[in-house]
Design a protein. Sequence first.
Length: 863
Amino acid sequence: MRLPPALLPALLTGLLVSPLVPHAVSADPVAPPAPAVRDFGNGPERNEVAADVPERAEARAAARSEQAEQPGILSHDRGYPRRTRLPVPPENPADASIKLGLVPHHGIAPRLNDLQQRGDRVSAQVIGRSYGGRDLYLVTVTAPESAAETREQERIRDRIENDPAAAARDRKLVKRYKAPVFVNANIHGNEWEGTDAALRVIEELATSKDPKVADLLARTRLYFNITANPDGRVTGVRQNGAGFDLNRDFVTASQPEVRAMRQIMIDAQPVTMIDLHGYVNGTLIEPTTPPHGANYEYDLFIQNTYANGLGMEAAVNGLGYTVEKDGVYPAQIPFRDSAEGWDDWPPIFTPQYAPFHGAVAAHTVEIPLRVNGSDYTQLPVEELRRRSAINTDVAAAAIRSTYAFVRDRHDRLIADQIEVFRRGAAGEPSKTVPLGIVPGFGPEDVYTTTFPRAYVITGRRSEAAAARLVDHLIANDVRVERARHAFRADGRTYPAGSYVVDMRQPKRGLANVMLEAGADISPRVDAMYDISGWSHGLLWGAGVDGVTSLRVQADPVKAAAPTGSVPRTPGALALKVSDAKDVLALNDLLAQGTAVTWADGAAIVPASARQAAREVSERYGVVFTPAGTPADMASGAPLSQVRIAAAASADELFTLRELGFSVTPVSTAALNAGYDWSGTDVLFVSSGLSYTALNPAARTALDAFLTTGGVITRGGTGAAFNAAAGLLTATAVAGRGDANGVVRVLSTGGPVSGQVGGGSPDHSFVYSPRWFTGLGPEVTVEQSYAAEGPLVSGHWRPDADGTGGQDAARGQAAVVSGRDERGATVVLFGTEPMFRNHPKGLFPQVAKALYWASSVTGAAVKG
Ligand SMILES: [Zn+2]
């Protein structure tokens, strides 16, 4: 389910509590009033428990390689079935599924190998590997096809996407096309039964003699991602092996499992999808409450999604489970039954991402009976298995109901998918959905946006950042072009080689949801389910402009052009750290032992290391410039590899490692057990470390480190550490805990944010924002919240007592730095520069803090 484990016990004690805000017509007269959902991903102080994620070399390598276009996973030159012998993993008796009587990960491949032999309808393949290295399985169930028939299906799919106006005119097309349906299971590892239901349904379809099934498979292709998160399935946790919630990662695609799901949706182009979760009792079936994402073709989406939701509800209720006998409440549909709290605003969830690839019905389904968390460890095995059996029945009913829906509404769903792409390709304005288009669709449900004519992406901040954004768009199947010549738009001149995203394209909704600034929706809704703001346009470090006219000669690109250069002039070289690629290049140079100095946010590389500079420039696409005078260079401090001890959340550990830093996870317990500080240059604190909870020996050792080391903190845990350890003179003020989004910031100077390469971006990201007052004379304000807003997009209201709102944050210090009197170099972040690996343009700010903190104090002790 979408709720974090921390909130589960409170919200779902027993079977009684609906997680949604109370609604007028309760399906459940005996349920006590439900608390309003304030589920903000990981709670106000997210990830309280520090992550301890093992570093995997291959994952690191994969993360470092660009997310450029992946090869497709569905080949079109072979017919169906495609019987592939799947490799069987070694048996793992510790697989958490076994206790529930469910299929362990190692049991899936044998089942699929067997099902492929039992008829001619089932094809299975490995489409990738999880972070932890486990196989991901895609199963296609359809009536047999010759190679020519498969090619014809692909031609139709391509025409629907790429020539939708012609596809709309071709009356025969929808009749010939097999409607694609996507069933995604187990994206949260400890919500198991979608996998087992999928296997059950596949077996039914494989062996059924029912002519209706034959008819279904002649007119559809059913795709099953058997377990989207095998790491979590095996270990019985929500996240994957990297500690990421995969159902928050679709805008960023930092994880291999998400890139695999994305590719399924691009290649299969499903008209309908369901994402199977647990546990909400009664079964929760989307469509959602407002706010609704403004970039969908929502009139088409809500009609189909509501219709399938009602069908699934009837199927689930029709199983006959009751409150009295089984503890199973009737199903609920948030759109109909709740006012707020379960929205489809951020496209970070699978069913909120799928519509951009043509799904005109998409649903989260939450099966009812909890078997994870404390229930997993405390309930008798018999009870757990009773619940899992019911959950599997419910998930299977939802799947069957969905494919029956697609069979019955086949032509219309395909026509509606064509219409989604047609509107995009034609560049039609955002549609205002008529009230009452489905019962209950009111003014509170209406959200629209304005599409620019195009976006122009330039390397004016960083060539590498522009290239990253372009490759990310292309990996998301967004069309990008490159200007042949300089051109003008909206009064600005753009150089040849600028990238252009023409918004007249079939997937313009996806392009816009990533590149637009977003909206401040604080006034419109009380509570949001998860994040409310994101923006690749504002947070990824590239120059991105929406323009209202487009006259340019441009060519389509399959990948961003190579970047990087080293000046021909002899002498020392400067590498300005303005992008993650610059950080990687610098860390590579440091790992080679290159003598580098650090001054004003840039690394100075001596002329003698020119060859090494050339190599990393090519490897990472970074730009070196001529360094200043020898006198300038002498002002720098020697820099060596930064060794970090981090009490941090999983996304922060992942990001620091992705940047090429050496990171050792620590915690209160780790320090109390005795920690050798001699190999640490900088301590990063955001989670899981309390100074006051340290034992005397640990405190003494840490205090000794603080006379020479650097400290970087983030969030409430970090601010508490700063205060308890007596570092900088600063009072941290907490904004409202659920506030989040993109904020306007002003970089005001200091070693971290203010100086080089135009300083840091004008925007940052916050989640439970903080600011710093009562600053001592040793403290420098690096960055402050803008006097206007400061929220650009997201949700940020004051607390009930009127404090903690946007207006209270205006002009306040968001990031500060300084040296405490003992000598420690300290940077305090009130923003969230590494949140879920998303705001790529902010990563260099963290790196600069690390280099500064390490070079100023670390140099002396390293000798
Ligand atoms: Zn879930």
